[in-house]
Design a protein around this ligand. Sequence first.
Ligand code: ADP
Length: 242
Amino acid sequence: MILEIRDLSVSFDGFKAVDNLNLSVGQRELRVVIGPNGAGKTTLLDMICGKTRPTSGQILFDGEEMTRLSEDRIVKAGIGRKFQTPSVYEDLTVAENLEISLPQGQGVLGSLCFRRDARAREAIEAAAREVFLLDALAHKAGQLSHGQKQWLEIGMLLTQEPRLLLLDEPVAGMSPREREQTAELLSRISAGKSVIVIEHDMDFVKRIAHKVTVLHQGRLLSEGSVEQVQSDPRVIDVYLGH
Ligand code: ADP
């Protein structure tokens, strides 16, 4: 297991947003987390990446306790997080966005003397190719479509070579063709890394998920294959009962 979450809880002013959650994600597993609005999905990812401090419980990454480390240390340990809205530098080119996200030391010198070091350039091109932006390296990020910005942000995460990627609704605002490409991209990424994706669109979930975790009111409601959770009466009740 690359990630083990034990009895994890967080309360905001007495309200339990995540309640005694246990979850394990394997190496090269693509896990999708679903659940109605307010189920605690984003809060869960916030705790894994160190943005929100749990009230109690443990998060182990590759067997190491990560629970109260800073966001910086968690990124360095190999966990990359993408938020729901793309946050790219609109005035910089695709190449520059990728360059500044390179691990410290790889990109900085190159950008100062306008002669990018070959390794940095290779890393930038490899990331751009991976996220379908090789032809857009010189384009300003602000000119990209919403979907392309989502890809660029995934590319920026990939340059940091994380072993676990956390993606919050990566296909939000994408065209059907972009969604299809993103499904391919995620399958490729999960051949070498573990990925946790929050997603609402069940057609997309079916396409990408190795396993699905269903949250409801901060608790684990169901877990298993897409077919298993879709036929689970507790899941049907929650989705149809609201
Ligand atoms: P989801 O991502 O499944 O829609 P969230 O994790 O965003 O759900 O939210 C779970 C619950 O926790 C919601 O009721 C939300 O209002 C609450 N919540 C999340 N973050 C905070 C916060 N920082 N302060 C207070 N309440 C919060």
